[in-house]
Design a protein around this ligand. Structure first.
Ligand code: SF4
Ligand code: SF4
Length: 127
């Protein structure tokens, strides 16, 4: 059992120490290299091979042909488990795992992202 005198000393010492915890979300945390966060799609690089779709364990990504050699990715961020298998499978580096991790939305519908050459946006109306 800690004696009161020792306990008070520890409390006073703690008052002047830098906290072990971070002040997130007030202080942003830097994600490490190779962090697997939100996917980024580069439509201009995509050849529509569908390897990303085939290898995705969560059925979270759909590639659709929208024109002559033009494709779009539909990514369901609610289904995605951020394994980055699609990034590894893509032969054209058309997918990238970013460091973005703050993805919470009020509705699952808002976690469906449509990305093509014209637009790369969430289905949510951005404010
Ligand atoms: S990161 Fe994993 S779960 Fe998400 S779309 Fe790519 S393969 Fe599917
Ligand atoms: S694996 Fe890459 S090139 Fe192939 S469809 Fe997916 S994003 Fe496009």
């Amino acid at each position: 059992m800690i004696r009161p005198g020792r306990m008070i000393k520890q409390v006073l010492q703690s008052l002047f120490k830098k906290p072990a915890t971070s002040l997130y979300p007030f202080v942003k945390t830097a994600m490490p290299d190779k962090f697997r966060g939100r996917l980024k799609y580069y439509p201009e690089r995509c050849i529509g091979c569908m390897l990303c779709m085939k290898d995705c364990p969560s059925d979270a990504i759909v590639i659709k042909k929208i024109g002559d050699k033009k494709y779009q990715a539909e990514i369901n961020l609610a289904r995605c488990i951020y394994c980055a298998q699609c990034v590894d499978s893509c032969p054209k580096d058309a997918l990238e795992a970013t460091k973005e991790f703050e993805l919470a939305k009020f509705s699952r519908e808002n976690l469906k992202v449509v990305c093509n050459e014209e637009t790369c946006r969430s289905s949510e109306t951005k404010t």
